[in-house]
Design a protein around this ligand. Sequence first.
Ligand code: PLP
Length: 429
Amino acid sequence: MSVDGSLKAFKQAQDLIPGGVNSPVRAFSSVGGTPLFIAEGSGAYLTDIDGNRYVDFVQSWGPLIFGHRDEAIESAVIDAVKHGLSFGAPTQAESDLAQLVISMFDSIDKIRFVSSGTEAVMSAIRLARGYTGRDDIVKFTGCYHGHSDSLLVQAGSGAATFGNPSSPGVPADFTKHTLLAEYNNIESVKKCFADSSDIACVIIEPIAGNMGLVPADKEFLHELRALCDASGTLLIFDEVMSGFRATINGAESITGVRPDIVTLGKVIGGGMPVGAFGGRADIMAKLSPEGPVYQAGTLSGNPVAMAAGLAAISKLKKNAQVISVLNERAKRLVEGMRKEAESCGIPMQIDTRGSMFGFFFNEKPVKNFADACNSDAQLFAKFHSKMLQEGFYFACSLYETGFISTAITDEMIEDTIKASAKVFKEITN
Ligand code: PLP
C-alpha cells in the first residue's frame, strides 16, 4: 500500500499550516504516524489521495451517523445551497430544527444554534454564570469541552494526547475559576463545593468520549444532581459527542438525571458546522436579546448547516431503532476484537453506548482519566498503524471514541474482527 501522495501533501501542509493540520489530533502524533489526506468519503468508506480505501470508524469524529454522502442529507444541502449560502437573518429551518430537538430532549425548552461544540459550551458556561451570578465552574479531569480558555484544563482527547493539562496562552487568571474533580468520584465533587460557595455550574460529559469511552455511573450522576440542587448550581450535560449517538433523547433518558442545560454538536449538524445549547426556559430567557447575557454569531443558524442538521435529525427521529441496531453492531465489533486480543494474551477493556464504542489495552476497568492513562499507548499505536494497513481507519489516539455509522455492515464488522486477529498475532509474535 503506497501513501506517497499523502506523505507529499503532508510535507507541503507542514510548510503552510502549523503541524500541517487544522486541528491537532488529526496529525497522528500520538500513534507516531503521518495523516492520510482524504480524497473522498462514500458510505462506510474513506478513500485517500493515493486511492487506498478504508472502513471509517472515525466518521469525521462523530457527526456522520449515516455514513458519508447520505442521500437525504446531501440532497437537503444541495437544495439549500441553491437558495443562498447565508443571509444573516432568520430562516424557517432554524425553528424547524429547534422544534425537532426540543421534541427529543425533555430538558430543552429553548435552544440556540452556534457553529461548533466549543462555541456551544463556551456560551452555556457564560449563560450559567450570568444566570446564577457566580463565577466558579466545576469540570472533570479527562472531559473535553472544546478549546475555550477556561475549559482547557486537564482536558482529554487531543489535549490529553499532547500532554497539555492546560495550554500556554491561557492566563492563570482565566482558569482560576475552574475547579477540577475526578470523574465518577462524588467525594471529589463534594470537595469542590466545600472549597467554593460561588459555583455557577458543574459541566460533565455524561458519557465521556474524550478519554476513550467512559460512561458516568448512574448513581454518580444522581448524586451530582443532588449536590447541584442543594447549592443552586446548574448542571450542564455536554452531549456534543454523545447527543444523538448514545440515544436520541439525550443521556437524561437513560440515566434519569435531568440537566439544566445541554450542549450539542457533531450529529446535530449532519456533517456541517453546527453546535447548540438549550435548556430550561427561565435560564434561556437570560440570553441576549431577551436577556442580558450576550451571545452572537455571524454564521449561527446558517441555512445550509440547518438543512443538513434537519435532514440528519429528522431521519434519526423517524428511525429511532437505528441506535439499538448500531449498538448491537458496536458490541459485536468490540467483543470480537477483545476475544482475538485475549487469545493473544492482550488484556482489553471494552464498552459501547449506542453507536459509540471504546476499547483500552488495560487489565483493569476504566472509570476515570487516571485509569485511561494506565492503558498501553504503545500497543495502541501498533494496533492503529497495522489496522490502517489492513484498510480499517480507527481514531489516531487511544483517548478517542470510535463510531459506527449505518453504512457499516455486519460483514464489515466481521472483516474488522478478522483483521484485528491478524494484527494481534503480528504484534505478539
Ligand atoms: N464537547 C465535547 C464533549 C466534544 O467531544 C467536543 C469535540 O470533540 C467539543 C465539546 C468541542 O466541539 P468542536 O470540536 O465542534 O468545537
